[in-house]
Design a protein around this ligand. Structure first.
Ligand code: GLN
Length: 517
């Protein structure tokens, strides 16, 4: 705090010499002194930084202070890189003083702990990577730094991103800032909780089957899962390589877009990276949805969906229509196979990806009687959900079962993809719920893997078909828990998708609500 007031004093002294820009900044600073700076959106914080009304060091210190004050009960961060963050903030302030315009210059953000950060521990929420310090940054972390962002720390995740509640983390259980008895969703629950609780202005997560959209929905945020290949996976610890994608969280559509714009783009080190021109996503947000064709899939309003969720989503769709969109009922007939297909393909890929954790190359090693025994002991560090997936995946890939399980799952995956391709001949975006329920209670589903898997019933198909999708707040249930509207777009149609969400957001008030913590 004292940084802001000293800047303010300094401003007055300069103003005395007749500097009007500084006078303006001084008056703004007076305004900002009176408010809690963590309440600014990322975009407001960027304007305040550029106008000289606040410093990045002040924003960073205030964020760190708030983390110390509330994260004991929330547990959204696994590692705080506070010293480094303050150094990065000081450097950002220097660049700002020189007129620096990098898009996230001076903005404090958080990164899911499955994304490698040079010199900062990266565990993937697993004991098998306890103490692992990557010697390099993931591509997305380098991009965030080039954009001027300040990295506050690493957020909690289900172990290797396998889960929907963040309860599968080997370290801590993150709580939902709207109600501490509830889960924040998962697997990027730490990032979602941190942004919702104002412990970061934006964050990165990963979405293999719904892990950005579902926690965004549970925490009342905007969460984007980009098209497969739009964001580089280089340096992101692999779960299921044909489904994994880095996604972004923001408290508003504009904030989520700013984070996405910063990390999207071609990277030659990821062989699946798309070498397509990068649109100006920020510039595409004009809020005009006149004539936009919005498909409503009948398979997404099924038994088991909470009445409050269905009502809020239907009202949101009606709002889009009021704004000029054309609503079309569509069918995605293979939707019901998405869950079994995903739970064959994702574990199969995971079983191969996780074979590398043998205690020789990364993380801790538990010594046994001989080499095989040492590897066995070390791999016993995996938690129960990860072991379950490795067993499922190994089985599905084993000789004699490969064609029957994995091979067939691939064929049905093509049918699911085809459903979307046909739908996108008729409509521009698809609207449906992000999750059938609002945030469930901590512990409620942790002993029942199937009910946990069902939390992603509406998000998995997107990953199987390489489309893009987001979740945007569209209401609250009777307990005051947030509800998310999912919008799905065709491959590389993020601009259309984000603009539709922006139009809806600007016509509603949901994003102005914030949890009391
Ligand atoms: N909940 C899903 C799973 O456990 C999706 C996870 C994710 O998107 N990382 O596999």
């Amino acid at each position: 705090m004292h940084k802001i007031s000293s800047k303010f004093n300094q401003c007055w002294r300069i103003e005395f010499l007749g500097n009007w820009r500084e006078l303006n900044a001084g008056l703004c600073a007076l305004f900002f002194i009176r408010m809690d700076l963590t309440k600014l959106t990322l975009t407001e914080a960027r304007d305040a930084l550029r106008g000289g009304a606040v410093s990045s060091v002040a924003l960073t210190q205030i964020s760190l202070d708030r983390i110390v004050a509330v994260d004991n009960s929330l547990k959204s961060y696994l590692t705080l890189s506070d010293e480094l963050a303050l150094e990065q903030a000081a450097e950002a302030d220097k660049r700002l003083a020189e007129g620096g315009q990098a898009p996230l210059l001076g903005i404090p953000v958080a990164v899911k702990d499955i994304i490698s950060t040079k010199g900062i521990p990266t565990t993937a929420g697993s004991k098998i990577l306890q103490g692992f310090v990557p010697p390099y940054n993931a591509y997305v972390v380098d991009r965030l730094r080039e954009s001027g962002a300040v990295l506050l720390g690493k957020t909690n995740t289900d172990e290797f991103a396998m889960g929907s509640s963040t309860e599968n983390s080997a370290y801590v259980t993150t709580r939902n800032p709207w109600n501490l008895d509830r889960v924040p969703g998962g697997s990027s629950g730490g990032s979602a909780a941190a942004v919702a609780a104002r412990l970061a202005f934006g964050a990165l997560g990963t979405d293999t089957g719904g892990s950005v959209r579902q926690p965004a929905s549970f925490c009342g945020l905007v969460g984007l899962r980009p098209t497969y290949g739009r964001v580089s996976r280089w340096g992101v610890i692999a779960f299921a390589s044909s489904l994994d994608q880095v996604g972004t969280f923001g408290r508003t559509v504009v904030d989520c877009t700013a984070m996405f714009q910063a990390v999207a783009g071609y990277d030659r080190r990821d062989s699946t990276s798309l070498d397509d021109p990068l649109p100006d996503y920020d510039g595409a947000l004009n809020g005009d949805v006149q004539g936009l064709r919005v498909g409503v899939p009948k398979e997404y309003f099924i038994e088991g969906i909470e009445p409050a969720v269905e009502a809020a989503v239907r009202t949101a769709i009606a709002k889009l229509e009021q704004l000029g969109a054309e609503i079309v009922e569509i069918s995605l007939p293979h939707t019901r196979y998405a869950l079994p297909v995903y739970y064959l393909i994702a574990p199969a890929e995971a079983s191969a990806n996780l074979a590398r954790y043998d205690g020789i190359r990364y993380g801790p090693r538990l010594d046994g009687q001989d080499m095989i025994d040492s590897v066995k002991q070390t791999r016993s560090l995996f938690g129960p959900e990860v072991k379950r997936r490795i067993m499922l995946g190994t089985y599905a890939l084993s000789a004699g079962y490969y064609d029957e399980y994995y091979g067939r799952a691939l064929k049905v995956r093509s049918l699911i993809k085809q459903d979307f391709q046909l739908a996108f001949e008729e409509v521009d975006v698809i609207a449906c719920p992000t999750s059938p329920t609002t945030a469930f209670k901590v512990g409620e589903r942790s002993d029942d893997p199937l009910s946990m898997y069902l939390a992603d019933i509406f998000t998995l198909s997107v990953n199987l078909s390489a489309c893009c999708a987001l979740s945007v707040p569209c209401g609250f249930d009777e307990l005051g828990l947030p509800i998310g509207l999912q919008l799905i777009g065709n491959t590389l149609q993020e601009a259309t998708l984000l603009n539709a969400a922006y139009a809806y957001e600007q016509a509603t008030e949901w994003h102005k609500e914030s949890p009391d913590l």
